[in-house]
Ligand binder design. Structure first.
Ligand code: PLP
Length: 369
């Protein structure tokens, strides 16, 4: 007899529950909770200029009603693409529906049979999925290990294949950073192409990369407070994506609301107000690390507190919640086994007193469980 679907689904659910890995969506109540888990690093998702820009843009139309190559392109898209290229000092830009679809679109387009992909072992799931869609062989290099990468680049050189190196600039679950300038140098030496997923990079506006051998993927959903993804790079690369990237071609153009929000977001980041927000964020990161006695060289808004077991991470997260502080526990399969963690993210909008409260409740909870 064929297996029964109901039993099959229930069995899978039982396994997730048994492993303390059950996940569910939670409606965030910003009024009653102090949130330390959002990617809204500069507080732009509710910035008055962002809201105003959206209201203006949707006066006559909200959605675009078609894919970008049919009826879904607007002047607003062009404006945003030019602005993003300008912001990242690149020749051209292209918007996708999300950072996730940008990564799968770029990697599956570049990853042909003549290419070998070299991917940092801790890259984001959207890169992993892009690699799965590619026709290329995929080799993982040890996290941030440039010498391991070099030895793999030498091996690929011998095969006559082209090399495609893919890395997050800031790693989303660890908050550590790749040395992009060194990676770019190494890629130039071996004629390898470098794709940089810049989703969580708030501070570093420009990398020293060979423009002909690099492409930046980003998101509009974190620093810029909107929704959507983008790529910036050489014009010929953008043209290739317009023609070949399935996650760009076969989906509806980004809504006016998301596009206008992102335009206002990028404008703010590029203004003196943006500089002040970045400075405030940097002060918050330093202060929180000081409070928690965390010694690391990286200044990124992601500060993971690795706890270990799923059960302990859940208990500490629940204790924070009792104190009206929201930091969900991040567990496998999102992070490796026995490294369940509280992924704390900081914003320019947090106040010193709030950081002090978080650190004292957190230390107390970690002592108890
Ligand atoms: C490193 C990284 N890349 C890509 C993405 C996907 O971005 P988006 O949320 O716009 O789909 C994320 C989202 O969390 C991310 O952390």
């Amino acid at each position: 007899m064929n297996p029964n679907w109901g039993a099959h689904i229930n069995e899978r659910i039982e396994t997730i529950l048994k492993n303390n890995q059950w996940r569910q969506t939670v409606a965030v109540d910003n009024d009653n909770y102090l949130v330390f888990a959002s990617n809204d690093y500069l507080g732009l998702k509710s910035h008055p200029k962002v809201i105003e820009s959206v209201c203006k843009a949707i006066a006559n139309e909200m959605g675009t009603g078609g894919s970008r190559l049919i009826t879904g392109s607007r002047q607003l898209h062009r404006d945003l693409e030019d602005k993003l290229a300008d912001y990242k000092q690149q020749e051209a830009g292209l918007i996708f529906s999300s950072g996730y679809t940008a990564n799968i679109g770029v990697i599956s387009t570049l990853g042909t049979k003549e290419v070998t992909i070299l991917s940092d072992e801790l890259n984001h799931a959207s890169i992993v999925d892009g690699c799965r869609l590619a026709k290329s062989e995929v080799l993982k290099y040890r996290h941030l290990d440039l010498e391991h990468l070099r030895s793999l680049l030498k091996d690929v050189d011998q095969t006559g294949n082209l090399s495609l190196v893919v890395t997050d600039s800031v790693f989303s679950m660890d908050g550590d950073v790749a040395d992009i300038n060194e990676l770019a140098k190494m890629c130039s030496t071996y004629g390898a192409f470098l794709v940089i997923d810049d989703a969580h990079n708030v501070f570093n506006k420009h990398f020293e990369c060979d423009p002909e051998l690099s492409l930046i993927v980003g998101t509009l959903s974190k620093t810029f407070g909107s929704l959507g993804g983008f790529i910036v790079g050489q014009r010929n690369m953008i043209d290739l994506m317009i023609n070949k990237s399935r996650s760009f071609i076969f989906t509806t153009g980004l809504s006016n609301a998301d596009t206008a929000a992102a335009i206002a977001g990028v404008d703010i980041v590029m203004s003196s107000e943006g500089d002040e927000l970045l400075e405030q964020l940097s002060c918050n990161i330093k202060y929180f690390k000081e409070l928690m006695a965390i010694d690391s060289d990286f200044i990124t808004p992601i500060v993971p507190i690795v706890i270990g077991s799923e059960d302990r991470a859940l208990k500490i997260s629940a204790k924070l919640k009792e104190n009206h502080i929201l930091v969900p526990a991040i567990r496998p399969p999102t992070v490796p086994k026995n490294t369940s963690r509280l992924r704390i993210t900081l914003s320019s909008q947090h106040e010193r007193g709030q950081l002090e409260l978080l650190s004292s409740v957190l230390k107390d909870a970690m002592g108890r469980f």
